[in-house]
Ligand binder design. Structure first.
Ligand SMILES: C[S@@+](CC[C@H](N)C(=O)[O-])C[C@H]1O[C@@H](n2cnc3c(N)ncnc32)[C@H](O)[C@@H]1O
Length: 258
C-alpha cells in the first residue's frame, strides 16, 4: 500500500482509483494499492509518495467458509474440503491483499449476472481483474478466449495463474481490441473516467457487464455510457449494483447520411 501526502485539504479525487483518504492537520493523506498510480497522483497534486505504514489485518480471511453464489458457483477457500455440490463449479477464494476473493457483494453479483449470458465462442476482457475470479468463471462458462488487465502487478500475476492472458497496466495497452464481452467491476467513479474505453474494447454488438457501484451512482454512470442500453440490473449487499448493457447497434435513422 502506498500513501501520498498532499499539502492542504483535498476536496475531490477526480477519477483516481484511491483506496482511502484521511484529512490530517495541514495535509491530506491519500492511499493507493498501485505504486504507479500513486506516483502519478503525487506528480499531479504536488504531493510526496511514501510506503503506507499501516498494515491491513487479513485475519478475517481465516473465517471464510464455502458458499453458493447464483445457480452455478461454489466459492470456497483453499482449505475447504466440503466438496462441490452437484451442478456447481468451484471457484477458489485467494487470500491476500488483491481484491476479488469472492467475499464481496460486487464480485458475487457479477458472477450471478454472468450466468445469464451466452459464452459460447466469445472473446472476453476482464478489466480490473483482481484475483482473476471473473476470468476463471468466463472460462468455465465456455468463453473461447479470456484476457484481462489490472493496475496491480500482484493481481495480473494471480489472474495469469488462472490460465488467462493478463497484463499489468491499463486496458489502453490492448490496441485494436474487439471483445464480445467486457467485465468491469471497479469503483463507481472510475467507470466515469473509463466509459469511452468500454466502447473501444467491445465489438459493435458486444456486451458490457458492470459492477462496483452503488444504486445512487447508477444514473450518473449510465449517463456516461451513451452507446449502451441496459438490459438487466441486480442489487446485492448494501446497495451494490451489477448491470448488463448491450453495445447498441446503430439504427438506420441514427446513421448520418452525407
Ligand atoms: C473491485 S476490484 C475487482 C476484482 C475482480 N474483477 C472482482 O470482480 O472481484 C477492482 C480491480 O480493478 C483494478 N483497477 C482499478 N482501476 C483500474 C484501471 N483503470 N485499469 C485496470 N485496473 C484497474 C484494481 O487494482 C482492482 O484489482
Amino acid at each position: 500500500m502506498y500513501m501520498v501526502r498532499i499539502p492542504g485539504e483535498l476536496e475531490t479525487f477526480g477519477a483516481w482509483p484511491i483506496e482511502g483518504a484521511e484529512t490530517r492537520p495541514g495535509e491530506t493523506w491519500v492511499y493507493f494499492s498501485s505504486q504507479v498510480v500513486a506516483k502519478g497522483f503525487a506528480r499531479a497534486h504536488g504531493g510526496r509518495l511514501e510506503r503506507a505504514r499501516w498494515e491491513v489485518d487479513l485475519a478475517y480471511q481465516k473465517t471464510w467458509t464455502a458458499k453458493p453464489v447464483g445457480d452455478k458457483w461454489w466459492i470456497a477457500p483453499a482449505w475447504d474440503r466440503s466438496g462441490t455440490p452437484p451442478g456447481r463449479w468451484r471457484l477458489e477464494m485467494k487470500e491476500g491483499l488483491v481484491f476479488g476473493a469472492g467475499d464481496h457483494a460486487t464480485t458475487c453479483a457479477s458472477l450471478e449476472l454472468m450466468e445469464r449470458l451466452n459464452w459460447a465462442d466469445k472473446r472476453v476482457f476482464d478489466l480490473g481483474s483482481g484475483t482473476g475470479i471473473l476470468s476463471e468463471a468466463a472460462l468455465r462458462l465456455g468463453a473461447r478466449l479470456v484476457a484481462g488487465c489490472d493496475l496491480e502487478a500482484d493481481a495480473a500475476r494471480m489472474t495469469h495463474g488462472r490460465g488467462v492472458l493478463a497484463a499489468h497496466g491499463p486496458s489502453m495497452a490492448f490496441r485494436d481490441a474487439a471483445f464480445d464481452i467486457l467485465l468491469v467491476n471497479i469503483p463507481g467513479y472510475v467507470h466515469l473516467d473509463l466509459a469511452p474505453e468500454y466502447g473501444r474494447l467491445l465489438t459493435p454488438t458486444g456486451t458490457l457487464l458492470l459492477s462496483g457501484y452503488y444504486t445512487w451512482q447508477a444514473e450518473r454512470i449510465e449517463a456516461a455510457l451513451p452507446g449502451f442500453e441496459k438490459t438487466a440490473q441486480i442489487e446485492r449487499g448494501d446497495g451494490w449494483v451489477a448491470s448488463i448493457f448491450s453495445h447498441a447497434r446503430p439504427t438506420a435513422s441514427s446513421v448520418a447520411i452525407s
